[in-house]
Ligand binder design. Structure first.
Ligand SMILES: *[C@@H]1O[C@H](CO)[C@@H](O)[C@H](O)[C@H]1NC(C)=O
Ligand SMILES: *[C@@H]1O[C@H](CO)[C@@H](O)[C@H](O)[C@H]1NC(C)=O
Ligand SMILES: *[C@@H]1O[C@H](CO)[C@@H](O)[C@H](O)[C@H]1NC(C)=O
Ligand SMILES: *[C@@H]1O[C@H](CO)[C@@H](O)[C@H](O)[C@H]1NC(C)=O
Ligand SMILES: *[C@@H]1O[C@H](CO)[C@@H](O)[C@H](O)[C@H]1NC(C)=O
Ligand SMILES: *[C@@H]1O[C@H](CO)[C@@H](O)[C@H](O)[C@H]1NC(C)=O
Length: 669
């Protein structure tokens, strides 16, 4: 499938693009998020969509006069100016312990009869990951649609990919219109991100997937029998942007269509919940019992970088897996072989070529040849001229597949010294390098990815975020086949059907897929119960029997890095007890935040609500206290547990506090 195509753009999807809020000058119509009270929908309309469309002569685009009219309507809750959100950028079932004949996969029927709504950049319908071979008919309750547009029509949907819609009115109004060169004006995926996330959540099994020989094997999603519905809300515009209105309308439609779970690998800058379209859309989903999984963001490793921190959202950080890509470096006549990191996309075998040690100004020169930052590749460089390069670096873990556009290998400093000694002490040093090695079972794994956003949440620090860690580093999944991936030379890119990318964008659909399996197994569980089951059974110990480490510091991470730990699907089937949360309790939390009535109405979409109490203590599976130079503080947490196990069990409450803390009492009733 590999071919060279010219392409003028370098794309790194794992990057979190900076927020651009370009609000237009007053005068021309602006885009607004309109929050309507759905219970006020007149009976004459068959659906909320019809109602909105007829209420707003042009969906979501309003002049001031329209806006004034709208304010008069009794069903109107609040109106906000448009903002823009941004995109973050398979062997993981095995890493997560999912097995064909044991545990969550067979227990859930592989997610049979569940529908996952993915809000993303679209989908590549021809991909093998979305083939519907052996699928029973689409569940009758499904009300979604397959929208026609550029290179997309009804016949592209099937029993696997049951729906595909595209939402661009907000984006077209404020930023740019869609042209042939910047995106497809349809649910078709232009940039691959949505195909990658969809196939991670629920891709059908595809034998023989690979990335130029690396990570070869069967590609399969977390919930391989679940159906996928794509809601395209992200369009290409230099960076990738989503208009708040498009996201909100997309989420509303997904709810109406009847999805069971939503996956959003995108985020808006943290604002009060009533100004955040994902928080608002997720609350609407909550009311319908729909589980919402979101990326924690790629702005780590500093504190307070979490996005999507609303307590009714499951906020997912990214961890590494126990797989690495490598090259074998053999010195001289096989005297010594060291293994270094490489993801060079060619089955290259370099045999007995001369090798030189470079230092001083040659290093700088070499860095220029390879477009590398000398600071980044700290230390010394060893070159086999014209063939490739070996770098000694302790930063190999931070290099991504797209960094290996030339045949080079990164060896650790210890091996680097061995290579250097060999070169210095040999009259005619030679080296052989074999690329294309995939190592499994590497330790320690998982680790918290450097980029994964960290808690606490800036605007709601009373709830510990992120909730959980899921695989998000070097994940192989579906890629659009006409889109270049690895840059080769100055203007060419290699094409691939499957690509290895990193980001909390990748961890979010893992959690969404696992939530789908849990929902399919336990149909009566609420979204809070599903999240609780995932959180209380998560692992804090890695495969080297240590506490999960933070890739940046190399020392044990904390709940602000990984929440309650790394997701463990098979254990989540049977958590014994869950911390459940009623909708009224979330409202009480908003009351505890001192939100105005208007803010609460906007966030919840409920015109009539009451504050039973004002509390910042939700029945959440984790606890957090913020101490800001406070010497002593006394705080009470209340938790209520629900038995979801079969039969009765006896539990004993135990409290373990950090050293400088003392707990007064722990009473169980
Ligand atoms: C959809 O498009 C394909 C390819 O252009 C075409 O063959 C097919 O007839 C179209 N189907 C419908 C339902 O329009
Ligand atoms: C896109 O096209 C519409 C209709 O032609 C126009 O009103 C709008 O201003 C355009 N948007 C941009 C950003 O140019
Ligand atoms: C490297 O150093 C040598 C000797 O100091 C000098 O002649 C040469 O021009 C330098 N090369 C570069 C690329 O700076
Ligand atoms: C060094 O090794 C290479 C490759 O084995 C060989 O072709 C070359 O003749 C050798 N040079 C010397 C000076 O021994
Ligand atoms: C809400 O208001 C009360 C009373 O003024 C205050 O004590 C409390 O700290 C406020 N809570 C938050 C989260 O700001
Ligand atoms: C901590 O207290 C200082 C001084 O009272 C204040 O400026 C700062 O904003 C507080 N930080 C937090 C996170 O509350």
């Amino acid at each position: 499938m590999e071919r060279l195509i010219p392409l003028g753009l370098i794309i790194s999807l794992f990057l979190f693009f900076p927020i651009a809020t370009s609000l237009p000058a007053s005068g021309r119509p602006r885009t607004y998020i309109i929050n309507m009270d759905k219970s006020a929908m007149p009976a004459a309309f068959s659906s909320h969509h019809d109602w909105y469309t007829s209420t707003l002569s042009s969906l979501a685009v309003l002049s001031q006069a329209h806006l004034d009219q709208l304010h008069e309507l009794s069903s109107h809750l609040a109106t906000y100016p448009e903002t823009f959100g941004h995109l973050y950028t398979t062997y993981t079932p095995t890493f997560l312990g999912l097995r064909k004949h044991y545990g969550l996969w067979p227990a859930s029927g592989f997610g049979d009869d569940m529908i996952i709504g993915v809000l993303d950049t679209g989908i590549w319908p021809e991909s093998e990951s979305f083939n519907d071979e052996g699928f029973p008919p689409v569940p009758e309750r499904w009300r979604g649609a397959c929208e026609t547009g550029t290179e997309f029509n009804l016949s592209y949907c099937n029993r696997k990919m049951t729906g595909a819609r595209s939402f661009s009115k907000g984006m077209q109004q404020e930023k740019q219109n869609i042209s042939k060169t910047n995106d497809y004006d349809s649910p078709r995926d232009f940039i691959s991100h949505g195909s990658h996330t969809s196939s991670t959540a629920a891709g059908s099994s595809v034998v023989g997937a690979e990335y130029f020989g690396y990570a070869k094997g069967k590609a399969i999603g977390m919930a391989p029998k679940a159906r996928i519905a794509m809601y395209k809300v992200l369009f290409f515009d230099e960076s990738y942007d989503a208009a708040a209105t498009d996201v909100l309308v997309g989420m509303d439609l997904a709810i109406e269509d009847g999805v069971d779970v939503m996956s959003l690998s995108l985020g808006f800058i943290e604002t009060p919940f009533d100004e955040n379209p994902i928080a608002i859309g997720a609350f609407a989903a909550l009311k319908k019992g729909i589980f919402v999984s979101c990326s924690a963001g790629n702005n780590g490793p500093h504190a307070y970088t979490i996005l999507n921190g609303a307590p009714w959202i499951t906020t997912v950080g990214a961890g590494t897996i126990d797989r690495e890509f490598a090259a074998h470096v053999t010195l001289g006549d096989g005297e010594l072989t060291v293994i270094g990191k490489s993801v060079y996309p060619e089955n290259l075998f370099v045999s007995n070529v001369p090798i030189y040690f470079l230092h001083g100004n040659r290093t700088k020169e070499l860095c220029e040849i390879y477009s590398l930052d000398p600071e980044e590749v700290a230390g010394k460089y060893i070159l086999s001229e014209a063939v490739g390069a070996i770098f000694s670096s302790d930063e190999a873990q931070f290099f991504r597949p797209t960094d290996f556009f030339k045949p080079f290998v990164l060896v650790n400093p210890k091996d680097g010294d061995l290579v250097k000694d060999y070169i210095i002490n040999s009259k005619n040093a030679t080296v052989s390098i074999r690329f294309l090695a995939t190592l499994l079972g590497t330790k320690p794994a998982p680790q918290v990815a450097d980029f994964s956003s960290r808690g606490p949440d800036r605007i709601s620090p009373w709830i510990l975020k992120p909730d959980i860690l899921a695989p998000g580093v070097d994940i192989l999944a579906d890629w659009t086949p006409n889109r270049g991936f690895v840059p080769i030379g100055d203007h060419d890119y290699l094409l691939t059907d499957y690509a290895i990318v990193s980001g909390t964008s990748m961890s979010c659909p893992h959690a969404a897929g696992i939530a789908t399996l849990l929902k399919s197994t336990h149909r009566d569980w609420s979204s809070a119960a599903i999240r609780s089951a995932m959180m209380t059974t998560a692992d804090v110990i890695d495969n080297a029997n240590g506490r999960i480490i933070d890739m940046i510091t190399g020392v044990a991470g904390t709940p602000l890095d990984f929440g309650t730990g790394h997701i463990n699907p098979n254990k989540a089937i049977d958590p014994g007890l869950v911390y459940d949360i009623e909708i009224q309790e979330y409202i009480n939390y908003l009351c505890g935040l001192n939100y105005t009535s208007k803010q609460i109405r906007t966030t919840t979409g409920m015109r009539h609500f009451k504050c039973d109490s004002a509390t910042l203590d939700l029945n959440y599976p984790s606890f957090i206290i913020l101490l800001n130079n406070t010497k002593t503080i006394s705080i009470t947490f209340r938790r209520e547990l629900t038995n979801v196990a079969e039969g009765s069990s006896v539990y004993r409450a135990v409290v373990r506090t950090p050293d400088s803390f003392r707990h007064e009492s722990c009473s169980a009733t």
